[in-house]
Design a protein around this ligand. Sequence first.
Ligand SMILES: Nc1ncnc2c1ncn2[C@@H]1O[C@H](COP(=O)(O)OP(=O)(O)OP(=O)(O)O)[C@@H](O)[C@H]1O
Ligand SMILES: [Mg+2]
Length: 306
Amino acid sequence: MSAAPTDAAGITTPGQRSPDNRATRRAVGRITRKLTRAKVIAVANQKGGSGKTTTILALAGELARRGFRVLVIDCDEQGNATIGLGVAVAEQDTEGTYYLLMDDEAKPAAVIAPTPHDNISVIAGGPKLSEVAAALASEMGNHAFLSTHVDALRGEFDVILLDTPPALSLLTINALYAADEITTPINPGVFDLRGIAELTKTVKRINSRLNKAIAIAHVFLINFNPRRRNDQDAYRFVKEAFPDALIDTADPQPDREWHGSGVPQSASVNSSQSAGIPLTLYEARAAVSRAYCRVTDVIEQRSLRG
Ligand SMILES: Nc1ncnc2c1ncn2[C@@H]1O[C@H](COP(=O)(O)OP(=O)(O)OP(=O)(O)O)[C@@H](O)[C@H]1O
Ligand SMILES: [Mg+2]
């Protein structure tokens, strides 16, 4: 599998900018081993379009810039994380995450692809992943196929990020079972907030039925506007539901009433994705990137140190 040109999504976005070269240059020469065993983080929310892939790309870019060796495993048939890293999706039986899950003899090293970005590798997602759930339905231990491979890769990377599809499917269960913890971006819509209860229920089932200790460790709001009444209510709802996991992307200001914080909406998200460059490398100084840097700060502090 080869790295595709940076317009891998095949879209030319008006006003598309080149990556922040200063950020990219800073990453060069900082390729150092940080952890002896990789931390595995699944980004999950069964609601479609809830910012999972955007979060994967932003985290991958910023962690890589900080010198962590990052592997993204794309568990989604849409292959958006793969495309967003500037790599072609997996189409063949012997490629990507599909191969890892479907072939008993699969060797992860054979499907790890480099990306055009320092410190970031990917195991590609792609359309064949739509066949996995039916094919593995009657297989013994079918929740643990991914975790076996992920565990074998822990010595090679510092952070392994698992992008999941918009469903609580067998692929998502495999990702959650393989992970150490879950990160969940949440849109401030009413259906999005209701949907989180389903994810929480699934996590509890994995805890009890599969005897696997995993939790939603980090949540944050996306497309957040502190001036919108609905978003303020959403912030309070999420704060009450996840008091320890909620990440604030900005500090309260003493002279202002605090309505919460979250990742803002920005056109840079789409432009970076069509350019195949992680947001935080594409436009490091944009407010949306700074918010994701703050998310990365907290995840680094809580999960990647000590
Ligand atoms: N902060 C943001 N500002 C503007 N657009 C955003 C933001 N976050 C995400 N988007 C856009 O919203 C859409 C959905 O985001 P994304 O693909 O990350 O969600 P997802 O949860 O991975 O979706 P799916 O469930 O289909 O995998 C994309 O078009 C993305 O570019
Ligand atoms: Mg996605």
